[in-house]
Design a protein around this ligand. Structure first.
Ligand code: URA
Ligand code: SF4
Ligand code: URA
Length: 229
């Protein structure tokens, strides 16, 4: 029930972000904004990742659909204990349809392997599933429109641990605007899961001196995961 309320709140916030100030909740309005779909699935817990992927379809719900090549749903172990959440596809991801396969992805893969894990052990997803043109930051309304899919993925996978990569993913899931430099390396609650923000790999590529802090964060994460087992 809490999830349903959260879903209603998210949907209303999304509409507000799109400039909607009043709602006449006719069947037409609901269908126009895909509200019914969003609300129905919120009550449904036994869905699969395949069902979520099928619901997304050839999505045109937000502007990012216009310039994407391939939609990037996410990949990995559907029963992962740890899930990474990035911002959105870049050029290589848009071309291949897979998350984190470009330069940032190679660094993320190295980080995962440094944690004595393999990419196939974890799940890797993104806040928006389509590439923002020129790799710009996704707009708040794009994040709100795409959010239900990420939240459903998290609900289905239900990892014990979430690692948000960078400010966009951290702010999207925790609904805060606190700087990532202050949030990284600490655990937060996300619907009963333990969420640890860290820097985005693309930031590390530009600021390699921050890798040390990222590694400190990953060690904390590994220690918590070891305790959990
Ligand atoms: N950066 C992201 O945030 N996500 C990807 O999938 C690739 C690069
Ligand atoms: Fe749909 Fe999300 Fe892609 Fe926008 S970013 S078109 S909401 S899948
Ligand atoms: N290992 C490191 O030393 N730094 C990282 O950022 C990741 C893994």
């Amino acid at each position: 029930m809490n999830d349903l309320l959260l879903e209603i709140r998210n949907t209303l916030l999304m509409l507000k972000g799109m400039g909607v100030e009043q709602l006449s909740c006719s069947e037409d309005t609901l269908q126009k904004f895909d509200l019914l779909g969003n609300l129905q699935h919120a009550a449904k817990y036994d869905e699969s990742l395949d069902e979520i992927r099928a619901d997304i379809g050839e999505c045109t719900r937000c502007e990012l659909s216009r310039k994407r090549t391939k939609l990037v749903f996410g990949e990995g172990n559907p029963q992962a204990v740890l899930m990474f959440v990035g911002e959105g596809p870049g050029q290589d991801e848009d071309r291949t349809g897979r998350p984190f396969v470009g330069r940032s992805g190679q660094l993320l893969t190295k980080i995962i392997e440094a944690m004595q894990l393999k990419r196939e052990d974890v799940y890797i997803g993104n806040v928006v599933k389509c590439r923002p043109p020129g790799n710009r930051t996704p707009l708040p309304e794009e994040i709100e429109i795409c959010r239900p899919f990420l939240e459903r993925q998290i609900q289905v996978i239900h990892p014990r641990f979430l690692c948000t990569l960078g400010a966009v993913a951290t702010h999207a899931l925790l609904r805060t605007t606190e700087p990532i430099s202050r949030m990284r390396g600490k655990f937060y609650d996300y619907r009963g899961m333990r969420l640890l923000p860290t820097f985005h790999p693309s930031y590390l590529l530009k600021n390699p001196e921050k890798k040390r802090e990222t590694w400190e964060d990953m060690k904390r994460l590994m220690a918590a995961m070891a305790d959990h087992r």
